[in-house]
Each structure stands twice: as C-alpha cells, then as structure tokens.
Design a protein around this ligand. Structure first.
Ligand SMILES: NC(=O)c1ccc[n+]([C@@H]2O[C@H](COP(=O)([O-])OP(=O)(O)OC[C@H]3O[C@@H](n4cnc5c(N)ncnc54)[C@H](O)[C@@H]3O)[C@@H](O)[C@H]2O)c1
Length: 329
C-alpha cells in the first residue's frame, strides 16, 4: 500500500492525539516531530520511535514529508502553514485556522498557488452525534429552523492552560476565538449556513492574561434563523457543551460526546447515533482521501476562513457596541 510521509509541528497538548492517530494509520509513515521545547520533541519522538527536531523547517527539509500537521500557537499558524505549503507539503492545520480572516485568506492563497491540500482541524465534523444531527436537519422532518442555542462552559484560566492562550498577541483572543470557533463551526456546518451578522458582549474578568473569559453572541444566519452562543470561562460553573436547535415542527438537542435527542410525544427522546468514536482518525482519513483520491474535504481552508470571519465580527461588535456584518474577504 502506498503510504504518505507525515510529520507533526508542535508537541504540546493536542499533538499527542495527532501523533497517536498518524502512528496507527496504515496509510501513513510518521517520521518526525518538532517543538522548540526540545524535551517535548524528544519525549514525543521516543514514544513513536521517530526523529525529534527543535526547528520545524530543518525537519521538513530533512524528512521531505508529504503532509505536515501544524499544532502551534495561533500566532504561528499563518507563517508555518504558508512555509510548509511552499515546500510542497499538504497541511492539516489545527483550529482556529489563524489569528483572523485576513491571515486565513493569505494561507488559502498560498495553498492554491502551491497546489497543496489544506485541511483545518474543526474535528466536531467527525462526532457521530453531529453527523446524525446534520442528517436529521437535512431530512426536513423537523420543519423550518427558527433558532439555535449553543452553550460552552468550562474554566478557561486553568493553571494547566499554556500562557500563550491567555495573551492576545499570541492567541488572537480568548474564549471566542478558541472555544467559540467550535460553536460557530457547529452552527454553520450543521445547518449549511453562513453566519451573516453578530452582536457580541464580552467580559474580561480572568485572573491571568488579557483575553476575554465570557461572551454572549447573538447571530443571524443566511437561512434566516437566529443563533445565540453563551461562552463562559470563569471558575465554579459546571462544564457544558450543548446545542439546541428549535424548528417549526420539533427540536434537536446535542450534548457533545454524550448524545443526541429529538423531540417526541413525551419530551426529548434519545437518538441512536451509532458508536461515538474519537474524531482524529476519520479527520486524518478525510485528508488522506482528498490527497489520494481527490475526494471532497469536510473542512477546507476556504470554509474555515468563514468561521474566522465570524470571530472577527464578534470582536468588532464588542468594540463598536453594534451588530457587525461578517465581512467577506
Ligand atoms: N481540535 C481541538 O479541539 C483542539 C484542542 C486543543 C488545542 N487545539 C489547537 O491546537 C493548537 C495547539 O494547541 P495546544 O493546546 O496543543 O497548545 P500547546 O501549547 O500545548 O502546544 C503548542 C506547542 O507548540 C510549541 N511551539 C511553539 N512555538 C514553536 C515553534 N516556533 N516551533 C515548534 N514548536 C513550537 C510549544 O512549545 C508547544 O509545545 C492550537 O491551535 C489550539 O487551538 C485544538
């Protein structure tokens, strides 16, 4: 079987899941990992019997990979993705695609110019509960979509969170760009829409860093439905990751990694979604199929740029105090 050579750039939290996925893939030869923190690269490399590097450019030059997985702080996504594209490597870039939609557009232009396949890690597309929900929405049996309510709660200032996430210069922002990009992606992808305007109110009460720790987003979509997203990152509130979609003839409720429910005669009834497996292997297969067979990617750079544009509009809205249109670049 023809295998593709792959390397991982960044050996932090999420890299572990990518490394495990690539090492387990029969269609992949995992050959290297790079991190400026040399000990992290060394430990990750040791675990998979691959070569460690502290300079990702040196790794790409030496290993000549077909694919580079980029799991770096947000501020480095653009530079690394464009450089790897220019070396002729296909790229799986972690979410959020970049610091803002302008940077995403530059990455997309480089990917097109260099003729590489670019995928972005909005891995909720591979959650069984979301896939089933999307099918039910597309079936039309619930009628017309009226509104979406999405809630993501979780302590954002945890000591374990790397400091760069809490510095706007390296992260691009806080809970909106990092967690809210998942909510925005979920709303757009599940319901096949583009969010067209956002009114956002943020708070900055975190005990470290300078990024926002909560957000209330009220959004309009291209199919006429509204969506509200509550992101909450302060201490002491039980975690939540839930989405309700209310239609003219019923409702769906998704609790991430727990299940999917549909409205019935006696309230919400559990839907059989099949096994709720981990999303990284199907995400990787999607990219391999796009490279090898030209199949359609679920999460292209062009799509991920639209998510970033909504994030930009949310930050603008907080500044202006008005609802902001989502700009198309
Ligand atoms: N898909 C998801 O649900 C999910 C979950 C967590 C993180 N992420 C995303 O993954 C990315 C990484 O997040 P993380 O939590 O793994 O962060 P992390 O801080 O744990 O890992 C980033 C790594 O990059 C390394 N690094 C920094 N500069 C470098 C450079 N110039 N060259 C090589 N290595 C360098 C750091 O030393 C660190 O080990 C972010 O985009 C984040 O938003 C996605």
């Amino acid at each position: 079987m023809h295998t593709l050579r792959a390397v991982v750039v960044g050996a932090g939290t999420i890299a572990g899941l990518h490394l495990r996925t690539l090492a387990a893939s029969e269609r992949t030869e995992l050959v290297g990992v790079a991190d400026i923190a040399g000990e992290r690269a060394r430990l990750a490399a040791e675990a998979y019997a691959i070569r460690p590097y502290t300079d990702y450019k040196a790794m790409v030059r030496a290993e000549k990979p077909d694919i580079v997985v980029i799991t770096l702080p947000h501020v480095l996504h653009k530079e690394a993705a464009i450089w790897c594209a220019e070396q002729g490597c296909h790229v799986l870039l972690e979410k959020p695609m970049a610091m803002n939609a302008r940077e995403c557009a530059d990455i997309n232009a480089a990917a097109a110019r260099c003729g590489i396949v670019l995928a972005v890690g909005h891995m909720q597309h591979y959650f069984a509960e979301n896939v089933k929900a999307k099918q039910l929405i597309q079936s039309g049996k619930l009628g017309r979509l009226v509104t979406i309510i999405d809630r993501r709660y979780g302590y954002y200032y945890d000591e374990k969170r790397p400091a760069w996430f809490l510095d706007k210069e390296t992260s691009g922002g806080g809970i909106v760009i990092n967690i809210g990009s998942h909510s925005i992606d979920k709303i757009q992808w599940l319901t096949d829409c583009q969010i067209t305007s956002v009114k956002a109110e943020l708070t900055h009460y975190g005990e470290r860093g300078n990024v926002e720790g909560s957000a209330s987003l009220l959004m309009r979509t291209s199919h006429g439905a509204t969506a509200s997203v509550s992101l909450f990152g302060y201490r002491g509130v039980p975690p939540a990751n839930e989405t309700e979609l209310l239609f003219t003839d019923g409702a769906l409720k998704i609790a991430a990694r727990k299940g999917l429910w549909i409205s019935g005669a006696n309230g919400y009834e559990l839907v059989d979604t099949g096994a709720m497996g981990e999303p990284f292997a199907p995400q990787w297969d999607d990219l391999l199929n796009a490279i090898g067979h030209g199949s359609e990617l679920s999460i292209t750079g062009t799509y991920a740029q639209t998510v970033s544009a909504v994030v930009d509009a949310a930050y603008r809205s907080h500044e202006t105090g008005r609802a902001e249109e989502v700009a198309v670049i």
